[in-house]
Design a protein around this ligand. Structure first.
Ligand code: KIV
Ligand code: ZN
Length: 527
């Protein structure tokens, strides 16, 4: 069988988004089925070329999500991940085959450290690569192969296995910097050398997949393109294992803003960046750091007098791109309690949250409640309000909470929860109002999860500001994060904890069978 040469123009770089696979592997970043479908739809609409929708063998949930995304995709190629064995590859094909354009992505760790785990010799691994890529290519015309930990693989062996994979029918060869170890100059050289020296390399597409352990992922990805790669693998907000992956918004905007020195185009509609960034932050439970490039809250904020003065005279003095280019409104006017539904709808749209009528009605009621309590409702208050409405699962819900606190302890929390549609109440005590509140949740919904993180941040300024609370729970190695916002910090804490519990319940269901698959057992499945 022959490979399919790429006929796209030389200056086109394909964007391969792996938010739903590599991104979802971040501890705690579990998404529900409906959330995955929604993110895939947003990626498809924004013009991403390839969506890696999941790891079909990993769980029944992953399989269903990849299959349904494959059926719903309108433009993007839908890809699934598979280890180097027939069972994984067959399962992957089952999931992606209904896509308009399916792709199988199969991988194996080729560096000495990774070869040692399955204890394969170089020759045995080379044979396995030949057999599994051939098997994948017999099923699907579009096959991507990755030598995991490529940047720590001996050059001779890497060149040898890349050649084998190309001959076996791989149409894309991805070169992962799995541990974020490489530097830009090496990243460019490696791809350049593979293209120059491996027979058949000019027939296929080289991809770059960089992790951010040294903060160089985006720079390494762009350098790889300089070296000849024509596919960048990335995630929204840079979500991913450990320090994350190359951020989609960073590479796409860098190519747009510095087209003078990096003359490559992508098909991504950059005006959709902010909306998808916010959705991914919400559904993954991973808030975006304030100073994150492109999508951080402060990326287009100007605080100091000198900067504000410059901005008022000419925005280009301190901005290298326009906020509108990433889907932000240029200016913002705070809303108040006299604002109506139309003003709220317009403001939410400006902030990248288009809502259906029912959702808007719900948000409007909460907005009015907030506006009654607060003088001005800022953009960030609204964003927090929208996030708070987007609960992952409704098995456990807060009905009411009354806390008694002060200098005379112990503090009391009288709480009613609705658990699986049944109301339960308790009066719990604790060392402080938050401790009492969390004890009440534990009494009403007993669980073994350990509180790993509890963080409070003010959304805006003033004593009437909303507090955003993040909670991270751990149970048998499963991690779930929850977030909520309220002008009452203790209420926000209760809701964030309950949000994390609900995510944990989703995670419990998801990781029941094949729980090891996303961990170290990446070579174990039988053929
Ligand atoms: O980082 C990595 O090596 C991966 C592979 C599965 C491509 O995610
Ligand atoms: Zn990765």
């Amino acid at each position: 069988m022959t490979t399919t040469p790429d006929t796209r123009p030389e200056n086109r770089v394909l964007i391969f988004d792996t938010t739903l696979r590599d991104g979802e592997q971040s501890p705690g970043a579990t998404m529900t089925h409906a959330e995955k479908l929604e993110i895939a739809e947003l990626l498809d609409e924004m013009g991403v070329d390839i969506i890696e929708a999941g790891f079909p063998i990993a769980s029944e949930g992953d399989f269903k999500a990849v299959s349904e995304i494959a059926r719903q995709s309108k433009q993007a190629t839908i890809c699934g991940l598979a280890r180097a064995n027939y069972k994984d590859i067959d399962r992957c094909w089952e999931a992606v085959k209904q896509a308009r354009s399916p792709r199988i992505h199969t991988f194996i760790g080729t560096s000495p450290l990774h070869r040692a785990i399955p204890n394969l010799s170089q020759d045995e691994m080379a044979q396995r690569i030949h057999d599994t890529v051939t098997h994948a290519r017999n099923l699907c015309d579009n096959v991507q192969w990755s030598p995991m930990d490529a940047t720590r693989t001996e050059w001779d062996y890497l060149a040898r296995v890349v050649e084998i994979a190309i001959k076996a029918g791989a149409t894309t060869i991805n070169i992962p910097d799995t541990v974020g170890y490489t530097a830009p100059v090496e990243s460019a050289d490696l791809i350049r050398r593979l293209i120059a020296e491996v027979p058949g390399a000019d027939e296929i597409i080289f991809a770059t997949h960089c992790h951010n352990d040294l903060g160089m992922a985006t720079a390494n990805s762009l350098a790889a393109v300089e070296g000849g790669a024509r596919q960048i693998e990335c995630t929204i907000n840079g979500l991913g294992e450990r320090a994350g992956n190359t951020a989609l918004e960073e590479v796409v905007m860098a190519l747009k803003v510095r087209h003078d020195i990096m003359p490559w185009d992508t098909g991504v509609d950059t005006r959709r960046i902010m909306n998808i960034s916010r959705r991914v932050a919400t559904v993954s439970g991973f808030p975006v750091q304030f100073n994150k490039a492109i999508v951080g809250k402060n990326a287009f904020a100007h605080e100091s007098g000198i900067h504000q003065d410059g901005m008022l005279k000419n925005a280009e003095t301190f901005e290298i791109m326009r906020p509108e280019d990433v889907g932000l409104a240029g200016t913002s006017l705070p809303l108040g309690k006299h604002s109506g539904r139309a003003a709220l709808r317009a403001k939410l749209k400006e902030l990248g949250h288009e809502m259906a009528e029912n959702q808007l009605n719900d948000t409007f009621v909460r907005f009015k409640e907030l506006a009654d309590r607060k003088k001005e409702v800022y953009d960030d208050d609204l964003i927090a309000l929208v996030r708070q409405n987007e609960a992952v699962s409704d098995r456990v819900r807060l009905k009411s909470l009354k806390v008694i606190c002060g200098t005379e302890g112990p503090q009391h929390a009288e709480m009613t929860l609705t658990i699986d549609d049944e109301e339960k109440s308790v009066d719990a005590t604790g060392d402080g109002p938050v401790d009492a509140t969390f004890n009440a949740i534990k009494a009403l919904f007993p669980h073994e999860a350990r509180l790993q993180l509890y963080q409070v941040a003010a959304v805006t300024e003033g004593t009437d500001a909303q507090a955003t609370v993040s909670v991270r729970l751990e149970e048998d190695g499963r991690i779930a994060t929850g977030q909520s916002a309220d002008t009452d910090t203790v209420v926000a804490s209760a809701k964030a904890y309950i949000n994390a519990v609900n995510r944990l319940l989703v995670r419990r269901e998801k990781t029941a069978p094949n729980a090891d698959v996303k961990g170290v057992g990446y070579m174990d499945a039988g053929e």
